[in-house]
Design a protein around this ligand. Structure first.
Ligand SMILES: [Zn+2]
Length: 43
């Protein structure tokens, strides 16, 4: 069962691999989000 960070990102934006579509939290752990969406940033 996934929990969610509820809008509180646990990593810095540039380090985030996933963002929650529901609350906007960013993380590198997909399972930490309720609606994970993979985000990729290129330099
Ligand atoms: Zn969420």
């Amino acid at each position: 069962m996934s929990k969610c960070l509820k809008g509180e990102s646990e990593v810095k934006k540039k380090d985030a691999t996933f963002a929650c579509k529901k609350c906007g939290a960013k993380t590198d752990k997909k399972t930490h989000l309720c609606k994970p969406k993979e985000i990729k940033e290129k330099k």
